[in-house]
Design a protein around this ligand. Structure first.
Ligand SMILES: Cc1cc2nc3c(=O)[nH]c(=O)nc-3n(C[C@H](O)[C@H](O)[C@H](O)COP(=O)(O)OP(=O)(O)OC[C@H]3O[C@@H](n4cnc5c(N)ncnc54)[C@H](O)[C@@H]3O)c2cc1C
Length: 419
């Protein structure tokens, strides 16, 4: 039996972005704004990835907990877009920009996932990025370590799109893994949180005239948090990169959700939406040219592409080396978002929505630069990259004056819903 399929060549692009989560959106728009032809391929029928389809509707703090905004650039642009047509929960102090003055409330907001999805397509389409939905990327076509394009499957059939540069923002490093880039497999606790409402939450929202108070995760499957709290005893963790894992995850959590609602009054609560992608935090990330370590907090890196802050701890800062996105020897492949190279808690700080957007932005600019300069991604002029990102309002290096004299163990709220 011959199961090989022919792929029809469709088009060639300067840059193909694989996966339309927040990192992919940022990467695609960043490359497009540098004048490149860009195709963004997404397997679902909406943009935003975990932030929308995964029901993770919360931008974690983008400031240091003392009134200074650390994460800016396209993360600021997308945060504002996420609430432009829907509700927000931006604290009063941050409504009109950076408050300074040691302000302790953090710059964070919830947003409506579906409305953000709509706004994202308007944004990406408006920037002139080409889009393919309902299209799953199945394989990179490699010539040695150079990627010539991607094979995809969709309603039309099996297609091939040529690319000069490929940015893997699948969240699972699907493309780079299949291209032979070494990756690290993560393990996930048992988490499954649909968006649900109760008559009480509806009343509260109506009384406050505020839709942000409507939804909660009143009905859950797995309740584990990122630290493994509430993980059922003896329950194994899941990698999330096999179809068996994903199928079992869906079956178990759907049945568990149903069990959890059976005894409550069916007229007084309902599930508004189920996640349409698995709520796995860590699947696969690359073993990059540099792996950001937890103890790298407060370190400066010559090749930093962004300063980022922690969601839990006030003052806790990192710089993200460009090398966390690349692997030497693969001149036209790069990643961004939650598949960037980091370990331990540093990965947790790096994977969340605002940093994922910044790594996407950096990857998009890097690809455009590499094409302009006729060089590989592993050999670009970092100073030039930093200058371009700085001109786009990204903080590249944090000011040493922001580093606390003695690390303050100050766990800060503002990210209580998800993470
Ligand atoms: C339970 C949970 C709670 C979280 N809580 C928060 C929180 O409160 N705040 C916060 O900031 N962050 C939170 N995070 C983290 C954050 O949501 C993600 O890390 C971030 O959104 C990752 O964005 P991304 O673009 O890198 O990847 P993703 O959002 O995973 O996007 C990847 C995209 O690629 C697509 N794709 C994948 N494979 C293919 C393929 N083969 N072909 C085509 N398309 C493909 C997917 O459909 C998806 O759209 C949470 C994560 C989880 C799981």
């Amino acid at each position: 039996m011959n199961i090989n399929r022919e792929a029809n060549f469709v088009a060639e692009y300067d840059v193909i972005v694989a996966g339309g989560g927040v990192a992919g959106v940022a990467a695609a728009v960043a490359a497009k704004r540098m004048g490149k032809s860009v195709l963004l391929i997404e397997k679902s029928i909406g943009l935003g990835g975990l932030a929308t389809n995964g029901l993770v509707n919360l931008f974690v703090p983008m400031c240091n907990g003392r009134g200074v905004q650390i994460i800016k650039g396209m993360a600021e642009e997308l945060l504002r877009l996420s609430v432009k047509y829907g509700y927000d929960t931006i604290p009063e102090a941050w409504q009109n920009g950076e408050p300074g003055n040691g302000e302790r409330t953090r710059y964070v907001t919830k947003f409506s996932g579906p409305i953000f999805t709509l706004a994202l397509i308007d944004f990406v389409h408006g920037e002139g990025v080409d889009l393919l939905f309902d299209t799953i990327i199945t394989a990179p076509v490699m010539e040695g370590n150079v990627c010539r394009g991607l094979i995809v499957e969709n309603k039309t059939g099996c297609e091939f799109y040529g690319a000069k540069m490929v940015i893997d923002t699948t969240g699972d490093a699907d493309v780079l893994y299949r291209a032979g880039v070494p990756t690290v497999q993560g393990q996930n606790y048992h988490t499954y949180a649909p968006k649900s409402v109760t008559l009480d939450s509806c009343r509260k929202a109506a009384e406050a005239e505020d839709m942000s108070k409507l939804y909660g995760s009143f009905i859950m499957g797995g309740r584990a948090n990122l630290y493994g709290g509430n993980q059922p005893e003896g329950k194994p963790t899941r990698g999330g990169t096999t179809v068996k894992d994903i199928t079992e995850y869906v079956i178990e959590n759907h049945i568990e959700c149903l069990e959890n609602i059976k005894d409550s009054d069916r007229r007084k609560r309902t599930i508004v939406t189920l996640p349409t992608m698995p709520q796995f935090r860590t699947t696969r990330h690359i073993d990059g040219d540099y792996v950001l370590q937890t103890e790298d907090a407060y370190k400066h890196f010559d090749d930093s592409i962004a300063a980022i802050c922690d969601f839990d701890r006030r003052d806790y800062l990192y710089e993200v080396p460009y090398r966390t996105l690349t692997r030497k020897g693969f001149p036209n492949l790069i990643t961004a978002g939650r598949s960037a190279a980091a370990a331990g808690y540093a990965w947790d700080v790096l994977r969340v929505i605002p940093p994922a957007i910044l790594t996407g932005q950096a990857a998009g600019v890097a690809c455009a630069m590499a094409l302009d300069d006729g060089t590989g991604l592993d050999n670009i002029d970092i100073c030039k990259l930093q200058k371009i990102l700085e001109s786009q309002d990204v903080m590249i290096h944090f000011d040493d004056a922001l580093v606390p004299a003695k690390e303050e163990e100050d766990v800060n709220a503002g990210a209580e819903d998800h993470i």
